[in-house]
Structure formats: C-alpha cells, structure tokens
Design a protein around this ligand. Structure first.
Ligand code: FMN
Length: 109
C-alpha cells in the first residue's frame, strides 16, 4: 500500500529530490507527483545524476505539478552506478556539492 503524507495541504514549499534514471524521472517519482494536488504550492526541485545530467526530470516535475510555482532546480553529480560508484557525495566531494547547493539556494532565495 502506498504511503501517504499526512496533512499534505498544509505544506506551502516542497523540496522534491530525485535521481536521474534513463535521462528522466524515475517512475516512482512520477507516481508520487500524480498522487497529490500541488496547486498553489512552491516546488523546489533538486537532482543527482551519474554524469549525464538531469535530462527531462525538471521538465517532468513542472508538467506533473500543474498550478504550482516551480523554482529553478539544482542538479549535481552523484554516484556512477555503471562504475560501481554509489553515494559518492561525501568527503571532499561533499564540500564541493555543498558549495554548489549554497549558491543555488541563494539564487532561488
Ligand atoms: C536504473 C538507473 C538508471 C540511471 N540512468 C542515469 C542516466 O540516464 N543518466 C545519469 O546521469 N545517471 C543515471 N543513473 C545514475 C544515477 O542518477 C546516480 O547513480 C544517482 O543520481 C547518484 O546517487 P548516489 O550518489 O546516491 O549514488 C542511473 C542509475 C540507475 C540505477
């Protein structure tokens, strides 16, 4: 049975984090977006990818959250599953990613 978010209506700003799968949103994220009404909410998207980028993920988030204000997303490189490198946002890389996220957060205010 799908998990539901209690009191979803009371959230005004929602960060949506996703990986890139096949240059798109994983289907479970699409299912999540389809399960709720985002009208009037502010969406703040962020993404990790394995080296090829965000693909259509942010466009899909906009298309699947009709009536929401979708801010500019942040995308950073994470693990490369094809090379067996998973969860590599740590140590020095974590500091680099952290700076990228700080810059992005200032951009979206
Ligand atoms: C099934 C699958 C498909 C993926 N497709 C892509 C892709 O099309 N482009 C890309 O850059 N990364 C792709 N990746 C890599 C993931 O986006 C990457 O591993 C993840 O964002 C990094 O998360 P991590 O740092 O927590 O390991 C794919 C990973 C999996 C498991």
């Amino acid at each position: 049975m799908a998990t539901t978010i209690p009191d979803f209506d009371k959230y005004e700003r929602i960060f949506i984090g996703t990986l890139t799968w096949n240059m798109a949103l994983p289907q479970f994220v699409v299912s999540f977006l389809d399960s709720y009404d985002f009208t009037g909410k502010t969406i703040i998207p962020f993404n990790t990818h394995g080296g090829y980028g965000v693909g259509s993920s942010f466009r899909q988030i906009s298309a699947n959250t009709k009536g929401a204000n979708v801010l500019e997303g942040c995308t950073v490189k994470g693990g490369e599953e094809t090379n067996g490198l998973m969860r590599i946002v740590k140590d020095k890389n974590r500091e680099k990613v952290s700076r990228e996220i700080d810059t992005w957060l200032e951009t979206v205010n």
